[in-house]
Design a protein around this ligand. Structure first.
Ligand SMILES: C[S@@+](CC[C@H](N)C(=O)[O-])C[C@H]1O[C@@H](n2cnc3c(N)ncnc32)[C@H](O)[C@@H]1O
Length: 358
């Protein structure tokens, strides 16, 4: 995440469990927001201040120019992650809402809608000790939820994690990519978005975000879209017919249905008809989430390891897994790994170089 931020010439001010705080030029922030692969949310901090009491918080919140951000035709919602002096998140949310509406009334601005779930504008309040911050989500919905997922399938990876898997594998646009247990297709759809939108994977989300338009009214979004590739090079297989149906639907929703070939198939009988070099990137089933008997899973990992060695010498293999004992069953030598949290479990993305090949 930090490397990605710095690659857009932004300066990291601090990092904590709440996120990475950075500052920089408006143009660089825009480019970061549109391109970010790994951020779950991109928020603008409006205030970071002290409040000993809810009343002090309310007073400071009313001083912000809400009329600049919230017009009559938009809806807003508030998320509060508060503790210590503003311990009661529910009450903090109420005071935040009062502060916004009172400010808008005082400025004689028609009042907006307040939503609990989907809203045009999301305001985030956080507090820790006697400090609080109020942030505005630049994308409305979290940027890491790119919005194409109508159906999730049985255990999908989150979009930023799928991007991290691609990064670990060092996959580049145009190279062959196969997900042999693709589920709802997230890894391949994320790769296809990079190709189709020339890396601007969040372009559509921000183009529709009222906050983005208010903050950057003169920014003109590119309309560049890559045409269907002449040679297919993104392939997804899953043993489950329903998973493949969902993957195709999600790809269509993301506008990349011409970029990915999805097909029902068993990874244990997969043949390499793709070529001497490529990237296998996948998230196989593992105990806690899918609920297959462990013995079956061990055998499956072992058998798939054999497929990799026999068919895919010379390729790269990258896998996300939360059961580290299963990884040993592949019988492969690890190249590198990163640790992360996935579905509230400790997980790893592990990268292997498959020996052999021409
Ligand atoms: C953890 S899920 C993958 C989730 C996927 N990354 C997503 O974002 O939706 C694992 C998938 O492996 C599939 N699977 C299990 N055994 C398989 C096999 N032998 N061949 C192909 N797919 C298999 C399951 O049907 C399931 O969809």
């Amino acid at each position: 995440m930090e490397q990605e931020i710095q690659s857009f010439h932004l300066k990291i001010d601090s990092t904590n469990r709440g996120g990475v705080f950075f500052s920089g030029k408006k143009e660089d922030v825009i480019q970061f927001a549109i391109h970010t692969k790994f951020a779950s949310r991109v928020n603008l901090q409006l205030i970071h201040d002290n409040a000993e009491t809810y009343e002090e918080f309310y007073t400071k919140a009313t001083e912000l120019p809400w009329e600049k951000y919230i017009g009559p035709n938009v809806s807003f919602r508030i998320d509060a992650e508060t503790k210590d002096k503003l311990k009661n998140s529910e009450f903090t949310m109420h005071r935040m809402k009062d502060a916004i509406l009172d400010r808008l009334r005082a400025k004689k601005v028609p009042l907006p809608e307040i939503e609990k779930r989907m809203a045009d504008i999301t305001i985030v309040v956080r507090s820790h000790t006697d400090r609080f911050s109020i942030e505005l989500s630049l994308s409305g919905d979290p940027v890491g939820r790119r919005g194409y997922r109508l159906h999730a399938g049985s255990a999908p990876v989150r979009e930023p994690i799928a991007q991290a898997m691609l990064e670990m594998s060092d996959w580049k646009e145009g190279e062959t990519l196969v997900d042999p247990m693709c589920g709802s297709g997230t890894v391949l759809i994320e790769a296809a978005l990079r190709e189709r939108l020339y890396g601007e994977i969040n372009r559509f989300l921000f183009a529709e975000s009222p906050v983005f338009q208010i903050l950057f009214p003169t920014y003109v979004f590119s309309e560049r879209k890559k045409e269907k590739p002449s040679k297919p090079h993104l392939f997804g297989y899953d043993i489950d017919v329903e998973a493949i149906r969902i993957a195709k639907e999600n790809a269509y929703e993301a506008g990349v249905e011409d970029f990915v070939h999805f097909e029902v198939g068993n990874c244990l009988t997969l043949k390499n008809s793709f070529g001497p070099k490529g990237h296998l990137v996948t998230n196989p089933p593992y105990g806690d989430r899918i609920g297959k008997p462990m013995e079956d899973l061990r055998e499956m990992y072992f058998q798939f390891g054999r497929v990799l060695k026999n068919e895919f010498g010379g390729w790269k293999f990258t896998v996300l897994c939360a059961d580290f004992s299963l990884l040993g069953k592949f019988g492969l030598k690890e190249n590198k790994h990163i640790s992360l949290k996935h579905a509230n479990l400790k997980a790893k993305i592990v990268d292997y170089e498959l020996r052999g090949g021409k």
